[in-house]
Design a protein around this ligand. Structure first.
Ligand code: PMP
Length: 422
């Protein structure tokens, strides 16, 4: 029986789509390795890792095994008053791998929730210290998720702020970092942030930022010195720093965590997406004992959050297997190779008159066009060429599974060149 596309179009909302005039979706039968198989048997080389998440590709034996072994014990059990090995093991992994002294772990169900949890940690921290601080500071072009707290710190130009005006809390924004990863650092890049923090620091609970790569807000790759200067500024003004590594975590930028490019430790770290190798939704928010114990030493006495699927054993078991698989692999060398190949093969796009910029870091390759692309038609061209690449606006980009072969990656790069030169 084939997938009922008519029903899908009539009744299912896909991300950011219209119920009146939905863009067609491609029916997927299965996915294996770095290929997605459509219902008609066509195989597409995957350039998206399902939005950063499937870092090992699809249908991975070790992850399947971890899931089925855990299923034979229990899929889920409440985390209130109960605990289990998969959650304890995951906490041990995350504490050991994450930068610095992040030792207290909150395991939740999705990236947006991990960000909500981070914002609540910061608010409760200051509440416990007897200070009323309700503002968050951030840079433009950020993206942190679609729930209300997360939306309120996303780029204000994206439409969401206007749409929910009056309901969305208003926070503080400054110009985004302008200097690219490999460009010479200039002190003036941090000046707008400095001015903002100088003026408002007494009201600010935390600064939130995506380290080194701003994802859905523009696929912008900035100089790591910005991060180290930001860490210094937060220390200077006594502010908490939240690093949202939901997209960049687990090797994507060439380091296990993007904060490592600047050798900094945030006060709060958000992880998601690649945490389970993209098998299921799971996220984590880590903080230091100092922040955690300050929160819990306050009037509330506890941290006020506790979702139903907190610490889900099935997802934690797969996350543990995914982390082991990553660490046992030669991930750093492989990502360096992917980076080299992306740099080489995407650079030809620079010659195209439609292209404004090409940028690469780790296993992320971005081609920015001068004008926005029509999604439905550009998508169809990519599928025709046997690749799965999903552009948005002016951005045509790939962040493939790390297990992609050179041949598959070459196919992605040449498809981008071909489609953009049409
Ligand atoms: N933060 C960042 C940096 C993200 O890229 C995303 C997802 N694109 C989120 C938060 C939200 O995660 P989720 O979609 O799992 O809620």
């Amino acid at each position: 029986m084939s997938i009922d596309l008519h029903y899908d179009q009539q009744h299912l909302w896909h991300p950011y789509t219209s119920s009146i005039n939905p863009i067609p979706c491609y029916p997927v039968a299965s996915a294996e390795g770095c290929e997605i198989e459509l219902e008609n048997g066509q195989r597409l080389v995957d350039g998206m890792a399902s939005w950063w998440a499937c870092i090992h590709g699809y249908k991975i034996a070790q992850l399947d095994k971890a899931a089925s072994e855990q299923l034979s014990k229990m899929s889920h059990v409440m985390f209130g008053g109960l605990t289990h090995q998969p959650a304890v093991d995951l906490a041990k992994h995350l504490v050991a791998l994450s930068p610095g002294n992040l030792e207290q772990v909150f395991i939740s169900d999705s990236g947006s929730v991990a960000v909500e949890v981070a914002l609540k940690m910061a608010l409760q921290y200051w509440h416990a210290k007897g200070e009323k601080r309700t503002k968050f500071a951030t840079v433009r072009n950020g993206y942190h998720g679609d729930t209300f707290g997360a939306m309120s710190v996303c780029d204000p130009q994206g439409g969401m702020h206007q749409l929910y005006q009056g309901f969305l809390p208003e926070h503080l924004f400054c110009e985004a970092p302008q200097i690219g990863f490999n460009e010479p650092w200039q002190e003036q890049d941090i000046a707008p942030m400095k001015t903002m923090l100088d003026k408002h620091h007494k009201d600010i609970a935390a600064v939130i930022i995506e380290p080194v790569v701003q994802g859905a807000g523009g696929m912008r790759i900035y100089h790591p010195q910005y991060l180290s200067e930001l860490r210094d500024l937060c220390d200077h003004y006594g502010l908490l720093l939240i690093a949202d590594e939901i997209a960049t975590g687990f090797g994507r930028t060439g380091k296990l965590f993007a904060c490592e490019h600047a050798n900094i430790t945030p006060d709060i770290l958000c992880l998601g997406k690649g945490l389970t190798g993209g098998y299921m939704s799971l996220a984590a928010t880590l903080t230091s004992k100092h922040v955690a114990d300050t929160i819990c030493g306050g009037e509330a006495g506890v941290f006020m959050h506790g979702p139903t699927f907190m610490g889900n054993p099935l997802a934690c078991a797969v996350a543990n297997a995914s982390i082991k698989l990553l660490l046992d692999s030669n991930w750093q060398a492989r990502i360096a190779e992917i980076e080299q190949q992306l740099k080489q093969q995407l650079s030809t796009c620079r010659q195209l008159s439609t292209v404004a910029d090409v940028r690469v870091l780790g296993a992320i390759g971005v081609v920015e066009t001068k004008t926005a692309n029509d999604l439905a038609s550009i998508q169809a061209k990519f599928v025709e060429l046997g690749v799965w690449i999903r552009p948005f606006g002016k951005l045509v980009y790939v962040m493939p599974p790390y297990t992609i072969s050179d041949t598959q990656l070459a196919k992605l790069c040449s498809a981008i060149y071909q489609v953009l030169s049409d």
